[in-house]
Design a binder for this molecule. Sequence first.
Ligand code: CUA
Length: 324
Amino acid sequence: MWCLWTAVAFGQGDHPVGNIFNPQATPAESIAHLSVLVLSVCGAIFLIVGGLLAFTLVRFRDRGNDGHEPAQVYGSNRIEVAWTVIPFLIVFVLSMATARVVIAIQNKAVPPHALQVTVIGHQWWWEIRYPELAIVTANELHIPVSSLAKPAPAFLKLQSADVAHSFWVPQLAGKTDLIPNRTNTMWIDPRQTGTFLGNCAEYCGTQHANMLLRVVVQPEAEFNSWVAAEKAIAVDSGAALFFSLSCVNCHAVSGTSATGTFGPDLSHLMSRATLGSGAIANTPETLRAWVKDPQAIKPGNLMPNMQLNVRELDAVVSYLSSLK
Ligand code: CUA
């Protein structure tokens, strides 16, 4: 099932594996460099200790031809100082290197024209707001590509509507938690276009594993046209049933009387690659299946089975399909 829909949902330029050793943004790159340093130091310690141990086991093994006990050595000040000072220095160097990376990432100054995004964690989806652009979307964060010549970092404000979640796109940055009644911040500056996959990295309830995330990195012109399309009012004539049902209590569609904020904003639903925060690909069949019974696809999610009959289902799906 997974393979089937990943084949459907991924196009060209996608980065399907979130490999932390292939970072594509500055925060992830600093962390990857630090990890390589820590791994090398720990690897060297392992080789030295393991090597000495192996050497000792072989060189001083019981050869069975000698009834004497070997010499017993106690209280060597030189050895004790060595095995205290050397580890202390190693830990000191690694903590300083770590502190430098943490500070460099956290204290990054916000340039005046940086893209500002507010990401709000919900059980079990991501609300994504661009306050300065007056755009609201869900689960797929669009940002322009950055380059060394023309840096375009996106600054994220992270909040939660219910429990603790964690925003993690391994190739772009480390994890940052979304905590109720608190605002955390992070930034990303991807230097490659394409779709980067992430997920919620803090257990937040039954469907934590299906709280998936996509960061769509686009060339500036493409990002600008996405912004323009998102700003366009999303309306269609076949909407009567949608608005007569309780859909509007939880969902918003821009330019209409649907202003619910409990569930994802549906204004440009058809522009998204997945449904249910990455639970399934967004196709006419899966959209119909989702509206028919969301609980069958993502059990425990907060959208109820509306018990629509076939005619109602057709009308609602046709309206949703028009939200381009
Ligand atoms: Cu949200 Cu785990």
